[in-house]
Design a protein around this ligand. Structure first.
Ligand code: SAM
Ligand code: SF4
Ligand code: SF4
Length: 380
């Protein structure tokens, strides 16, 4: 797969894209009328966990070639691109990976991004998704650098199940200590993400719900997705969000809440007794492509317009060749206007059958499925 290079220029003087007219006044909508609001920035493709649904050990072993450091975008480069994205409507920045807290001096990047301003003068919503393993050590410094909140991934409370799922023998007590440290540092409201896999951690749904109920932390149940090409996904391994909801409702009544923001991935539900809320991210069984406003920036500077994309658009080359801010904005605007991605909706339309990873129209041919980008590289 050869990634496309965004045609900003053929050399330093030729083929320059004209600056975006009226930037900031009218942010672009994509080909399906969706605005650009959310940018996920992967800062590393490395991780100290080997969750089977994301970086299975058999594939991400000691022979796996991670990106060399020189290929990674530097903090100034990330910040420049984030500023260009902000000029096109992005209001929310999420640092992710791989495990973002493994990136050296991540606090410095947080500081630079926190200082960015949106066209209306306000600060972007700045958050980070982490497996929590380094959070106890880093929460305070992240807060001081300007991080507003965190999402922590936690798939089980049972120590044996948790260790088996992270496949790095990491104890659940340390991940929980990370969540506590984030709370103490004021990195809230905290969200906890639990990927539910049939026969693996479905018995943890209720213990997790009980644990986080009444704590102010929103637990979100995520359907296991057919992202990437290495996790061996099968529809049979998915616990549908509807089933998760039924199990929770058998515990105590829940009522639906309105979405907190347009394009929100989670369906929000509140415990009827006022003890907080949970979220359901039904990416497989109830696709939410219709208002998907997310773009992703890989650690080596490629823009991906969908989690299931097979091709990225290289921004690092023009960036390092001296492209101006106006040229970067123009290129991003062109990209976004041409975006027609709706992988999950097409998969659903095709029927999320047991072999659905090889369906979903063009984006879901077996060849496309095999060349799909890994989540650890593109950013979750
Ligand atoms: N390492 C960090 C973490 O785990 O939070 C950030 C990166 S991780 C790729 C981001 C999110 O993607 C996590 O919440 C993880 O559970 C989720 N994720 C990874 N693979 C997934 C899959 N196949 N299906 C659903 N969610 C997945
Ligand atoms: Fe690492 Fe996060 Fe992927 Fe687990 S989900 S392997 S913690 S990047
Ligand atoms: Fe957005 Fe692609 Fe996911 Fe649909 S499948 S919600 S377009 S990232």
């Amino acid at each position: 797969m050869t990634p496309r290079v965004i045609p900003l220029h053929d050399d330093r003087t030729q083929g320059l894209a004209p600056p975006e007219p009226g930037l900031g006044a009218q942010p672009p909508a994509d080909a399906l009328g969706r605005p650009l609001r959310d940018l996920r920035i992967s800062v590393t493709d490395r991780c100290n966990f080997r969750c089977g649904y994301c970086m299975p050990k058999q594939v991400f072993d000691k022979h796996h070639q991670f990106l060399p450091h020189a290929d990674l975008l530097g903090f100034e480069e990330i910040t420049r691109l984030a500023r260009a994205f902000a000029s096109l409507g992005v209001e929310k920045l999420r640092l992710t990976g791989g495990e973002p807290l493994l990136r050296r001096d991540i606090e410095a990047l947080v500081g630079q991004l926190a200082a960015l301003r949106l066209p209306d003068g306000s600060a972007p919503d700045l958050t980070l998704t982490t497996n929590g393993s380094l959070l106890a050590r880093k929460a305070q410094a992240l807060r001081e650098a300007g991080l507003q909140r965190v999402t922590v991934s936690l798939d089980a409370l049972d120590d044996a199940v948790f260790r088996r799922m992270n496949d790095a023998d990491f104890p659940v007590a340390e991940a929980l200590a990370g969540i506590e440290a984030a709370q103490a540092a004021g990195l809230g409201p905290i969200k906890v993400n639990m990927v539910v896999q049939r026969g693996v951690n479905e018995d943890e749904i209720l213990p997790m719900a009980r644990h986080f109920r009444g704590t102010g932390i929103a637990l979100r149940f995520i359907e296991y997705m057919d992202v990437g090409a290495t996790n061996g996904w099968r529809m049979n391994d998915v616990v549908p969000a509807g089933e998760i909801l039924r199990r929770l409702q058998a515990e105590a009544p829940l009522h639906p809440l309105l979405p907190g923001a347009p394009g929100e991935t989670a369906q929000r539900w509140a415990w009827a007794d006022g003890s907080g809320e949970i979220g359901l991210i039904a990416s497989v069984t109830q696709a939410f492509c219709g208002d998907c406003n997310r773009a992703r920036l890989s650690n080596d500077g490629k823009v991906y317009l969908c989690l299931f994309a097979t091709e990225g658009h290289d921004l690092r080359t023009p960036l390092r060749a001296g492209a101006s801010d106006a040229q970067l904005q123009a290129a991003l605007g062109t990209l976004w206007r041409g975006r027609g991605d709706q992988y999950s909706a097409l998969r659903a339309a095709d029927g999320a059958a047991p072999d659905a990873s090889a369906k979903a129209g063009d984006a879901g041919t077996a060849a496309a499925a095999a060349s799909r980008i890994e989540m650890s590289y593109i950013g979750g």
